[in-house]
Design a protein around this ligand. Structure first.
Ligand code: SAH
Length: 265
C-alpha cells in the first residue's frame, strides 16, 4: 500500500495573484493533486506541475459547488493513495471557507494536514477600495459577518443588537442576496441610516467594482449597479476614507487587467 500522503489547506487570497503566500506557492508547485474552488486566479493554477491532477470543485455560473462531504472524501482518497494534495481555497481557509470542516474530516480519517493561511477578502477587498477596516479615532474594531441566508436567523447566527451598537466596522461576506435584510436589521437595531456603506464586487481583480452610499441607500445603489456575487458589504465610517486612500488601486488593477489580456491572447 502507498504511504499516506498529506493535504495542505491553502489560502489563495482574494483575486490578485500577487497576494498568494510564498509558502502556498512552494507547496502548489510540488503538489501531485490540486483541488481548487472558483475565484482562484488562473495565473496561480498555471504554477502547478504540468503533470499534476487538477480538480475543480466549484461551478462559476450556477454558484453550485460540489457537496462539502464529497470534497472531503476526495481529499481523503487522494491522500490515501499517497498524493501530496494542495487544496486551494479563496481568501483564507478558516474565514468562512469551510477549511475547519475539511480539517476535521482529514483528522477523522487519520490523514495528515497543514493549514497555510491566506489573505482574506474580508480585509484585502476593502483595502483595494481604499478602505482600512480599522482607523484610529474612527473605528477601533471590525467584525466579519456571514450574510448567508442559512445563518442569518439561526441561534448561533447573527446578533443584530450587538452588531448595530457602537461604531465598529462591519464586513459582510456572502451578503448580496440578503442585503435588504442586513440593512433593515442594522437600522432597526440602532445603526444610523446615514452610516457610510460600500459594496465591492470582485475586489482585487481587474473586474473590481465599488458602489458607495449610506446604510439607507446602499441597497438601491447596489441594485441600480446590478452588483453580483462575489461581493463584500462594508458598513462604518471608515468607508468615507475610500476616496482619499483608494487612488493607488487603479494602477494595480490596470496591471492585473493587462496581464489577463496577455494571458488570454
Ligand atoms: N475564505 C474566503 C471567504 C469565502 S466566503 C476569504 O477569506 O476571503 C465567499 C465570500 O467571500 C463571497 O461571497 C464574498 O462575499 C467574499 N469574496 C471572496 N472573494 C471576493 C472578491 N474578490 N471580491 C469580493 N468579495 C469576495
Amino acid at each position: 500500500m502507498a504511504k499516506t500522503g498529506i493535504v495542505y489547506l491553502i489560502g489563495a487570497g482574494p483575486g490578485d495573484p500577487g497576494l498568494f503566500t510564498i509558502r502556498g506557492l512552494e507547496l502548489l508547485r510540488r503538489a501531485d493533486v490540486v483541488v481548487y474552488d472558483r475565484l482562484i486566479a488562473p495565473e496561480l493554477l498555471r504554477e502547478a506541475r504540468a503533470d499534476a491532477v487538477m480538480v475543480y470543485v466549484g461551478k462559476a455560473t450556477s454558484h453550485h459547488t460540489l457537496p462539502q462531504c464529497e470534497i472531503n472524501s476526495m481529499l481523503v482518497e487522494h491522500a490515501r493513495h499517497g498524493a501530496m494534495v494542495a487544496r486551494l481555497k479563496g481568501g483564507d481557509p478558516f474565514v468562512f471557507g469551510r477549511g475547519g470542516e475539511e480539517g476535521l474530516a482529514l483528522l477523522a480519517a487519520h490523514i495528515p494536514f497543514e493549514v497555510v493561511p491566506g489573505v482574506t477578502s474580508a480585509i484585502a477587498v476593502p483595502a483595494y477600495a481604499g478602505i482600512p477596516v480599522t482607523h484610529r479615532n474612527i473605528a477601533s474594531s471590525v467584525t466579519f459577518v456571514t450574510g448567508h441566508e442559512n445563518t442569518l436567523h439561526t441561534e448561533t447566527g447573527v446578533d443584530w443588537c450587538t452588531l448595530a451598537a457602537g461604531k465598529g466596522t462591519l464586513v459582510f461576506l456572502m451578503g448580496v442576496t440578503n442585503l435588504p435584510t442586513i440593512v433593515k436589521e442594522l437600522i432597526e437595531n440602532g445603526r444610523p441610516p446615514e452610516t457610510p456603506a460600500a459594496m465591492i464586487e470582485r475586489g482585487a481583480t481587474s473586474d473590481q467594482r465599488v458602489v458607495v452610499g449610506t446604510l439607507a441607500d446602499i441597497h438601491e445603489r447596489a441594485r441600480a449597479a446590478q452588483v453580483q456575487p462575489p461581493a463584500i458589504t462594508i458598513v462604518g465610517e471608515v468607508v468615507s476614507l475610500a476616496e482619499l486612500l483608494g487612488g493607488w488601486s487603479a494602477r494595480r488593477l490596470r496591471t492585473l487587467y493587462r496581464r489577463a489580456e496577455e494571458n488570454d491572447g
